[in-house]
Write a protein that binds this ligand. Structure first.
Ligand SMILES: [Zn+2]
Length: 441
C-alpha cells in the first residue's frame, strides 16, 4: 500500500523567500527571528512612548539568543485598552486601519489596534500564501465574513483571492440559513471561509431541509473559534468537504497559522510572528510540549508592534515532526482561553471545547449555551440546546455530558447539578458570531 504524500503548506516556500534562503533550516529561521526581534525592539523603544518607558534600562543590552527576549516585560490586553495611542511608532496620519474590539472582560474599555498600509499588506500576503495551498485559479470562494470596509477580513481575503486568480464571493455573516444555502448553490461556490458554528448550522439546515439544490463545495476554512471534531465530521458527512482550521486574532494582524493536509496542529506564521508558551501564573518560559499561555511578538509590523503580547489562549508546541515535513513549529489547536476554564469545584474544570466535542455530535443540534452559577456548596450547570426543527432527548444529552469526565466526577461527588433544556429553532434561526464561552453568573 502506498502512503499518501502530505504536501507542505505554502508557508515554507513563502518564509524561505521572506528570509532570503532557498531552503530554511530551523537555525536559519531562528537567526532571522533574532535579527527581526532586535529590530522590532529598537524600533519600538525609539519611537513609541509606551515601549520607551517600559524598556527603560532593558533595551540597551542586545539579544544574543531567542531566550534573551524573556528579559523584557509582557504586553497585555489592558495595556492596549489603556495606552494604544502611546504604543504607536508612526504618526496617526500614517495609519490606514483602526480595528476596535469590544472587551469581553470586566474593564469595559474597547481595545484599538492600529495598522499602516504596509502592515495590512503583510496580512494580505500571508492570506495569499495560506489560501494558495488549498485554492486553484478559477475556484469560487464563498466568504462568510464582512467585507464592506477596506481592511476588513472579507476585503483582505478578496484581494488575496484575486491575486490567486480565484473568484471571491462576498456574502458576509449568515443572517438567514435558507438564503445563504440558496446563494451557495446559485454561485456554485466550491470553497467556503467562515465561522465554525455558522458552518455547522448551514450543513444541518441543508440536511434537515430535504429538497435543497445540490452544492459543489469541496473545501472549507474555518476560523475565529474552536473547531471541534464534531463539526469537522458533520461537514464531511453532509457535504463531503475537507475542513482546514486557521488560527488568528486581530492583535496578530488577523492571521497566525494554518493546518496542513495532515490536520495535526497549526503551522505558524513564523516570518512575521515569534511565538512563546509561558506559565500563566509565573510568566516563566515553558519548554516544547508543555501547555501554557500563547505569547507572541510581531517581527515585521511598524505601526503598532506588539512585544511579548499575552493572548490569553492556552496551547503548546507539538513535539516531533509533522507528516508534511515542515520545519515550522506546530501549535496545538486552542481548546480554551485562560478565562474560559470554569472550575466546577476545587478539582474539576470544564471548557466550552469539552462541551462542543460532546453536544455538537447530537443530531440536529446547531448550538447551545452553558451557564454556571454557584448556590452554596453546589454548582449549577444549565445547558440550553438549540435544535433545528425538532428536539433532543434529555437522556441523550445527559449521556453525552457523562462522557466529560469532569462533569461525571463532579456530579458523582454531589457538588454539581446539571439542568438540561431543549429549544426548538425554526427556519429563522440565526447562528451566533464570535467566540462562544461558558457564562458564569
Ligand atoms: Zn504539516
Amino acid at each position: 500500500m502506498t502512503r499518501r504524500v502530505i504536501p507542505k503548506t505554502s508557508l515554507d516556500s513563502w518564509i524561505n523567500h521572506k528570509i532570503g534562503v532557498d531552503s530554511m533550516t530551523r537555525q536559519t529561521l531562528t537567526g532571522y527571528q533574532l535579527r527581526k526581534l532586535q529590530e522590532t525592539i529598537d524600533w519600538a523603544h525609539e519611537r513609541s512612548p509606551f515601549y520607551h518607558n517600559r524598556f527603560q534600562g532593558l533595551a540597551d543590552e542586545r539579544l544574543t539568543c531567542l531566550e534573551d527576549l524573556t528579559r523584557l516585560p509582557f504586553t497585555t490586553a489592558q495595556d492596549i485598552q489603556a495606552k494604544a495611542l502611546q504604543m504607536l511608532c508612526v504618526s496617526q496620519s500614517e495609519i490606514s486601519r483602526v480595528v476596535t474590539l469590544d472587551s469581553s472582560g470586566t474593564t469595559g474599555e474597547p481595545k484599538r489596534l492600529y495598522f499602516t498600509p504596509a502592515d495590512q499588506e503583510l496580512t494580505i500576503d500571508f492570506y495569499t500564501q495560506v489560501l494558495s495551498a488549498v485554492i486553484s485559479p478559477g475556484d469560487r470562494v464563498f466568504i462568510l465574513f464582512p467585507g464592506d470596509r477596506p481592511g476588513s477580513i472579507g476585503d483582505m481575503l478578496d484581494i488575496a483571492l484575486k491575486r490567486l486568480e480565484a473568484i471571491p464571493i462576498q456574502h458576509g455573516i449568515v443572517k438567514n440559513l435558507a438564503e445563504t444555502v440558496q446563494r451557495l448553490a446559485d454561485t456554485r461556490a466550491n470553497l467556503l471561509i467562515g465561522i465554525p458554528i455558522q458552518a455547522l448550522a448551514l450543513t444541518r439546515f441543508y440536511e434537515a431541509s430535504g429538497r435543497m439544490p445540490p452544492l459543489v463545495l469541496q473545501r472549507m476554512i474555518l476560523t475565529t473559534d474552536y473547531v471541534s471534531s464534531a463539526i469537522v465530521k458533520e461537514i464531511r458527512r453532509i457535504w463531503d468537504c475537507e475542513v482546514f482550521d486557521h488560527y488568528g486574532m486581530t492583535e496578530m494582524g488577523l492571521g497566525g497559522g494554518i493546518e496542513c493536509y495532515a490536520h495535526q496542529g497549526y503551522h505558524l506564521r513564523e516570518a512575521d510572528l515569534y511565538f512563546e508558551i509561558i506559565a500563566p501564573q509565573t510568566g516563566r518560559l515553558l519548554p516544547e510540549g508543555q501547555y501554557g499561555e500563547v505569547v507572541f511578538t510581531t517581527l515585521t509590523r511598524r505601526g503598532m508592534p506588539l512585544i511579548r503580547y499575552r493572548t490569553g489562549d492556552l496551547s503548546r508546541f507539538i513535539p516531533g515532526e509533522c507528516l508534511c515535513g515542515t520545519i515550522l513549529q506546530r501549535l496545538e489547536y486552542i481548546r480554551s482561553r485562560q478565562t474560559g476554564i470554569i472550575m466546577l469545584d476545587d478539582q474539576y474544570c470544564l471548557t466550552m471545547a469539552d462541551l462542543d466535542e460532546q453536544l455538537l455530535t447530537l443530531s440536529g443540534v446547531v448550538d447551545f449555551t452553558a451557564v454556571v452559577s454557584r448556590q452554596s456548596a453546589v454548582v449549577l450547570l444549565k445547558i440550553q440546546i438549540m435544535v433545528l426543527a425538532g428536539t433532543v432527548n434529555e437522556s441523550d444529552v445527559r449521556k453525552s455530558l457523562g462522557r466529560i469526565s469532569s462533569i461525571r466526577l463532579a456530579e458523582e461527588s454531589g457538588r454539581l447539578e446539571v439542568l438540561v433544556e431543549s429549544l426548538t429553532c425554526n427556519r429563522d434561526f440565526v447562528p451566533r458570531v464570535g467566540k462562544r464561552t461558558i457564562s458564569v453568573v
